[in-house]
Design a protein around this ligand. Structure first.
Ligand code: TRP
Ligand code: ZN
Length: 868
């Protein structure tokens, strides 16, 4: 519900940027945390900005009651408050403004600004949450030094934290106490943080490259301290990696991480006081899967890396969001690749991009990596800004090469440390350090939509010359019809017919709409390995034959393309079966047999084999269909899995046994590879959901000594109608009901079931006493798991799946607009589905749009989905 001082939806444009009228020299904040209300006193020294264009001071503020305003200590009444802004006309060149206001964190369900999570006070200010704490110029280009005093009941809130260093602490009358924190580095207000609660601390230290000691503290609720060691190790590895790979050292003597269970996103990089969703800190073999362990490592890295890419060098405005997010995702992907398996990391990252970013880029909400306009910035924390943004950085890394890229990032950090800059500034450093003209490359930042790259080849035996020809095209996207050709790095290698690599990887630079590249001295027609490592975020179409792909699948030296060749064969097979259910796919089935045999011989990387044995997911397959019909894709996919199982049952069972749990748990890449291979094999073995399948899955569960194996078993049982399903789910709940993050998995694993009773199941899960609409993790565990990971039932012809999601969006609109808007995601791509499904999806969107008191967040995504 829009409250009195909420703001009407209004479009903001990049072209309208002007510098802030006033600079903030010093910010003193004081918080008096009292039951039912918090009193915030903000005292800011303002100085007129020499490059500002207006002389009025305009401060943003929402969801608070103003108690008093004073200028230079004298009460001020000469100000206006309207539409979420306080305006003071021409206040002078330099003055101190003191504003006292009252807020109510206990009633804050939007989880923006100051709120409570299980009794712990915490803040989330990015992007525009600071204005819910006090009136301020809430924009990232206003940097200031913050001193923060916190006062609260000493018993209930023994831990009180803010950014920087502890300056002062002491007791007060009536059982209260206070602490003063000071952060000497100027920062934008979106990086401000405060935490007060009864938490326990896990401590360690890190010695930096110049020999300074940094205290590392992780704060969690009592009882969770045994689940912090993986996060702590990941933090130390992140600090070391940034020193080694980017030459970047941490500047303060303390680094805090606080885990809270109510959080809209994954985590937040507030200077020296990161706030994390518990799901991305806590990890123990009994309660966390391998993929949870990987996410914790990746996100701890991500938030730590923001210290340089985001905090010390920050964004001029929110159109530059990818400046910090795209670059930081690239950094965390490379960190994970260095620590684990580079090929596996790349496969998983590209799979995610194709499954989630490609659909966004083809939807009415398609936007460029540096957008030109938005209504609600929190809707722009998207796969495009993050993951396509990371691909843009990766392409620059590929074009420049690692050494020149490092020279360019050194230049970027040296030049812009302590400043708020743009994506243009970043690319300019790439250009200067390399001597390259990056003008054409910058189009990647401005043009939305996934380009298509069509490759064809010609071999001239007489000339011994091989020619690769490419055509690029860009789809039209909302507001963009006239697209220019992009600068595309295409990493290519050539293999001979016997599988030998005859031309190692080289990067072809495509700049025209159509372009050819020749290779001389090629003795016989080669097989090209194109777009190695997925060197550009495009949809590639080639004229390779199935036999060419089979050669690459066995012999390619590029781990990503080796996997990709198998996926392309699988896609072609699925398309054949979709066109004709009786199609002869014996060659494909035999090829899978060869992979299984390789696995049995113990050759090769198990994690890669697991991925080679997994058919593309429905969401990825859909990207290659002109009209998406999830049930038809699923039918073809299931038929292929059944044929694989029938043909190779004994070999699969042997491969399963050969990779059984050796009894000692570790989270090395090898151990994770073994578990994931066993899971991929069990998925095929249990695909028909009969009595034997259920028995196998239950046996897997009973033998499990870790969460990964338990979740594997549950997901193999999820679609089943056998009695073991209920038994195992009940046992799982009883064992783990005290662990909220595991209860989330219990919800998700039921929500993804492709079975008849699903809509009854969903209704009981929604009515379950453990369901809590105010907790984003729980909402995601039911609704996002269903809408994203259960494509067949979400797109049920009855429309019941859409109705289930629609009702949650409407309910959440008044509770937590950010989460409500995010839930709209799977409906945005409605135009890609069959006419019958389209009509139902559109009706669900329209019903949301017709809801009274729609938040700006939901209004923007729903109206753009319908009209974009
Ligand atoms: N900057 C955060 C990140 O690391 C994103 C984030 C955390 C966020 N919490 C948020 C964005 C709440 C919007 C709203 O990626
Ligand atoms: Zn980030």
């Amino acid at each position: 519900m829009r409250t009195e001082n909420a703001v009407a939806p209004k479009t903001i444009y990049l072209k309208d940027y002007t510098p802030a009228p006033y600079l903030a020299k010093q910010v003193n904040l004081s918080f008096n945390l009292l039951p039912g209300k918090t009193i915030v006193t903000s005292e800011v020294r303002y100085v007129k900005n020499p490059v500002g264009v207006s002389s009025d001071l305009v401060l943003d503020g929402e969801e608070q009651t103003i108690v008093s305003v004073a200028k230079n200590g004298v009460p001020l009444s000469d100000y206006t408050v309207a539409d979420g802004q306080m305006t003071i006309a021409s206040p002078g060149d330099e003055f101190t403004l003191t504003i006292v206001s009252e807020i109510n964190p206990e009633a804050n369900t939007a989880l923006e600004g100051l709120y409570q999570s299980q009794g712990t006070y915490c803040t989330q200010c990015e992007a525009e949450g600071f204005r819910r704490i006090t009136y301020y110029q809430d924009r990232p280009d206003v940097l200031s030094v913050f001193t923060v005093r916190i006062e609260a009941d000493a018993k209930a809130y023994p831990v009180m934290l803010s950014n920087g260093n502890l300056q002062e602490e002491g007791g007060l009358p009536d059982g209260r106490h206070y602490r003063v924190w000071h952060d000497p580095f100027p920062k934008p207000c979106y990086l401000f943080a405060l935490v007060a609660g009864d938490l326990v601390r896990v401590a360690d230290t890190f010695t930096t490259m110049t020999g300074r000691n940094v205290d590392l503290h992780i704060y969690v609720r009592a009882g969770d301290e045994g689940q912090c060691s993986h996060a702590m190790e990941s933090l130390k590895k992140s600090m070391k990696w940034d020193e080694e790979v980017y030459g970047r050292e941490y500047q303060l003597d303390l680094f805090n991480i606080v885990a809270v269970s109510d959080f809209n996103m994954g985590a937040m990089e507030n200077t020296s006081l990161n706030v994390f969703n518990t799901a991305l800190v806590l990890a123990h073999q009994e309660t966390a899967t391998d993929s949870d362990f990987m996410s914790v490592e990746g996100v701890i890295g991500h938030e730590y890396f923001h210290n340089w890419t985001g905090n010390r060098v920050t964004c001029r405005d929110w159109f530059q969001l990818s400046l910090k997010e795209g670059f930081t995702v690239f950094r965390d992907q490379e960190f994970s690749a260095d620590l684990n398996s580079r090929a596996v990391q790349r496969i998983d990252d590209v799979n995610g991009l194709r499954r989630l970013q490609f659909p966004e880029d083809g939807s009415p909400l398609a936007h460029s990596v540096q957008p030109d306009q938005f209504i609600e910035i929190s809707n722009f924390y998207t796969k495009t800004i993050y993951d396509k943004g990371a691909e843009l950085i990766r392409m620059q890394h590929t074009l420049l090469g690692p050494q020149t890229f490092r020279k360019a990032t050194d230049l970027y950090f040296d030049r812009f440390d302590g400043q708020a800059v743009t994506c243009d500034d970043f690319v300019q450093c790439m250009a200067e350090a390399s001597g390259r003209d990056m003008t054409q490359f910058f189009r990647w930042y401005k043009q939305a939509g996934t380009p298509t790259l069509v490759a064809s080849s010609h071999y001239d035996a007489a000339q011994q010359r091989y020619t690769l020809s490419f055509k690029q095209s860009q789809p039209e996207t909302p507001g963009q019809t006239d697209k220019q050709p992009l600068h595309i790095p295409i990493a290519v290698g050539l293999l001979a017919a016997d599988g030998r690599e005859i031309v190692p990887t080289q990067v072809l630079e495509m700049t025209a709409r159509e372009q050819s590249f020749t290779f001389d001295g090629i003795a016989a027609k080669p097989v090209p390995s194109i777009l190695r490592g997925f060197s550009a975020p495009v949809k590639l179409e080639t004229d390779l034959s199935d036999d060419d792909l089979r050669l690459l699948q066995v012999h390619d030296t590029d781990g990503f393309n080796k996997w990709e060749a198998g996926q392309t064969l699988a896609l072609r097979t699925i398309q054949r079966v979709m066109a004709d259910p009786q199609a002869d796919i014996s060659q494909f089935i035999a090829d899978v047999g060869t992979l299984i045999a390789q696995g049995l011989s113990g050759q090769g990387d198990k994690a890669l084999l697991a991925r080679a044995l997994s058919l593309p997911m429905i969401g990825v397959i859909g990207q290659y269909q002109p009209v998406i019909d999830p049930a038809a894709i699923d039918a073809a996919r299931s038929s292929i899995l059944t044929q694989i199982k029938r043909a190779h049952k004994d070999a699969l069972a042997a491969l399963y046994e050969a990779n059984a749990n050796p009894g000692e748990f570790t989270i090395t890449p090898q151990a994770m590879g073994r578990r994931t291979l066993q899971a991929a094999v069990l998925e095929i073995l249990t695909t028909t959901n009969g009595t034997g399948c259920a028995a196998r899955a239950k046996a897997h569960y009973d033998a499990a000594d870790n969460m990964t194996d338990r979740v594997t078993a549950l997901s193999c049982l999820s679609d089943s109608t056998q009695p073991q399903r209920a038994e195992v789910f009940a046992d799982f709940y009883t064992r783990f009901e005290k662990y909220p993050l595991v209860v989330d998995k219990w919800f998700s694993l039921q929500a993804i079931a492709n079975r008849e009773q699903i809509f009854d199941d969903l209704a009981s899960l929604r009515a379950h006493p453990d369901f809590n609409i105010k907790n984003p993790n729980r909402v995601r565990s039911l609704y996002s798991a269903f809408a994203i990971n259960n494509p067949v039932k979400f797109h049920d012809p009855s429309g019941k799946g859409y109705a289930f999601l629609r009702d949650a969006i409407i309910e959440l609109n008044s509770i937590n607009p950010q989460i409500a808007a995010r839930l709209v995601t799977p409906l945005r791509e409605w135009k890609r589905y069959t006419p019958a499904l389209q009509a139902q999806m559109k009706a669900a969107l329209q019903a949301v749009l017709d809801t009274p008191n729609l938040s700006g967040d939901v209004f923007e995504v729903v109206s753009k989905s319908l009209n974009g």
